[in-house]
Every structure is written in C-alpha cells, then in structure tokens.
Write a protein that binds this ligand. Sequence first.
Ligand code: URP
Ligand code: ZN
Ligand code: ZN
Length: 463
Amino acid sequence: MSVLIRNGRVVTAADSTVADVFVDGDKVALIGARLDVEADREIDATGKYVLPGAIDPHTHLDMPFGGTVTIDDVTSGQTAAAFGGTTCHVDFCIQGRGQSFAEALAGWHGKREGKAIIDNGFHIAVTDLEEGGSLEELATLPEQGITSYKLFMAYKGVLMVDDETLFRTMEVATKTGALVMVHAENGDAIDVLVREALAAGHTEPRYHALTRPPELEGEATHRAIALAHIAGAPLYVVHVTCKDAVDPIAAARAKGWDVWGETCTQYFFTDITDLDEPDFGGAKYVFSPPVREAWHQAVLWDAVRTDALSAISTDHCAFTLSGQKTLGKDDFSKIPNGAPGLEDRLRMIHHFGVNEGRLSLNRMVELLSTNPAKLFGLYPRKGTIAPGSDADLVIFDPTRKTTISAATQHSKSDYTLYEGTEVTGDVDLTMIRGTVVVEDGELKVEPGFGQFVKRAKFGEQLL
Ligand code: URP
Ligand code: ZN
Ligand code: ZN
C-alpha cells in the first residue's frame, strides 16, 4: 500500500515546508514539491500540518497502583493516544517485590499481547535488588531493547528505592548504555509530613500538595544529578513541576553534564488551588509531584522554550474520580496518584504553546516527538519525517476547534483535567507505519496492530 499526502506543511524539529510526502509500505519514501508518483491513495493536506507522530516517553497503562489498577489498559489508553496524535509511547514496566526483571517484563508484555493499537516500548522500573532482580540481570536488559532504568525516590514502602540502589543502578547504566530516569521527590521526608498531617486531622486533597513541598522535589533532583554525575550515568528527570527542580537541571546542563528533564502537560494548566474543588473534585488533581502555586507555570514554559527541559510527556496514569479516587475520601494519602492525559497533549500544547506564542511549531515537534525519540533510542526510525523513517504521521488541522470533554474522550476515566477547554487545532488523521489508524473520528485498526519497539542504547541510533 502506498499513500501520497499532497501539499501539507511538513513540520519537523528543524524544518517547515509545504511539500508532498510519499509513503511506500511502512516507511516514508520521498518528500518534495509536487511529487510525480502514483500512489494507491492520495490525501489532500492543503492547509494542514503533517507532523511526525507524537511520542510519549512517560505513561502507566494497566498498572497496579494506590490500592487499585489504572483504569486504562493497553487498548483504551493507546486508543486515546492515537486520537490525540501519539503514535508511540514508552510505558513503565514495574518490577514487583521479589520479582526478577524477566518476570516483570513477561507480565508487561502479556498486558499488550493482542491489545496494542499503537507502538510502544518499556522502561524497567527497578524497585528491589535484594530479593528480586540482580544487577547482573539488569545489565542484560539493554540487549533486549529495554534501554532505560527508572527509579522512584518517593512512594516510601511501595516503589521507593534507597540511595544505594539508585547509585548502583546508575553504575550499571554507565556500563550498559542505559538512560537512568528518576521520580525525584524526597520520599522519607514526605512520609513524615503525611503522617504528621493525618495525625493533626488533615484529610482533604489539598494536603497532598502541602505534604510534598517543592523544596523536596528540588532536593531530590539535586541529589540524583550529583549521584549520576559521580556514577558517570546519563540522567533524565521525569515530571518536573517547579523552579526548585528546574534550576539544578539547568545548572547541570550549563556545565555540559548528561542531564535532561521533562515536564508534563498538566503542570502548565493546573495549580494548587484546584485541589480545593468542592465535593471531593480536588482528588482529580492528585498526582505526584503535586500541583504547585501557579507562578511555577511560567517557569516551566520558559524551561521548555530554552531547553532547560527537553520533553513534554503526559504521565498518563488514569483513574476514575468515582470509585477509584474515592478510595481516599477520608484520607488524602489513599487517593490513587495520577491523572489521564494521553489524548490531550498535542492539542493543548499546540493551542497554549504555539497559538499563544510561547513555542514555535518546530519546538513543539521537538518536545513532543523528536527529543523523546532521540533520548529513548527511537530516532531516526521515529520522531521525524525523513526518507527511511517509519511513516508515523499526523495530519493536523490548525484551524479546527474542539472543546475538550470527558464525554468525548477515549480514556476510560470519567474526567479530564481540561473539561470545557476550547482549543484551536486538532488531529484529523493518525498514521502508523503507513497504516491509517484514526480518521474521520474513527479507529481504523484492530487491537493487536501496535508493535513492541526494541529501543537502541542511549546515544546510539535505531536504524
Ligand atoms: O501521580 C503520578 N504521577 N502517578 C504515576 C506514578 C508516577 O509517579 O509517575
Ligand atoms: Zn513519578
Ligand atoms: Zn509516572
């Protein structure tokens, strides 16, 4: 099957030109003005953008967490992704206590078997090096295409690791060519603050943020950077929310250290006052690190513009308000942490970033697609539009108006963080490896279409 996309504005991280794109089979074959080729199908993209499919480096589908399991499994989460122009994501495979990494990965592969809509890879989240996986086993994972190690510096007693585990994992990453990822918050101090708040009778959602102050994100970020530098490992700090964490990342990058950071869509648009939404509505905004005072949002926009932060992910970790978030009705610490977002990232960042003059179109593509592809070993197969790259493409109408609502989203969550938000610019068509996956508001492929992607080692290219 071949497809000729005519006369769209083809936007990559570097260029923006009106051109035709010829897709032959699963690859982009040619890009040029008025291409003289025959194709099985022609699509007129006049007035539209042709973008590389967005890549989400941070998602949690079908994950047990907070006394329940995320409401989106692989099929529903990836359907939401496809409607939002995301063609590939990297999900976290979480090592259970006492589990080897092989056992954990077998479980996560099982979750996607016959269910995948879009392509995905896995990061491995290291939680237990004593009774479960060993450093030796960890060292073998990059050869299987699992080229990033994630460590949680928070969630004490659940996912959190100590500094020895963090540091030893970093040393392995240095040898094996993996990228180390950290959830950077000081979990010990948070644990004390949570117990003190509950003892004082403070049970409402707002205490989620008050017990996780920005200084504790800044401290953990600084610590992770220092440890990674000593170990010689490249470091990627996930879901950065505040100036306290942006500053040490920017300082390390200014020194030329191998440190990168991401923020997530929601941190540009939600703030600490949202936790006070009546009737327990504040629980929708309980995720970690927490919502911050609103002034941090300008810091984040500046950071993604100047490359202090290099990617925007979703941290899609969806629960329902009714039935799941309500587990914490009488105790904020029992509200499952996380929120949906896979469907909304591109249109929210396009509208509030590009339309409102905070980001160029090229920078948007870089933050949502090219940099995640480069950092996580997917580039240049994915993350750009070039001859030989996978035909993972989005035809995006920059004039189409949409009102975001839970009633029309594809996540199984009963809410969206952006209910009622009007955006200009939305996805018309999503294509993965040359196959149309979403068009005319309909899903065009069956579960099982999405492929597992083995990723290249850090700094190497996937050809
Ligand atoms: O609240 C969040 N972010 N839930 C998902 C787990 C994590 O920390 O990324
Ligand atoms: Zn996290
Ligand atoms: Zn996460």
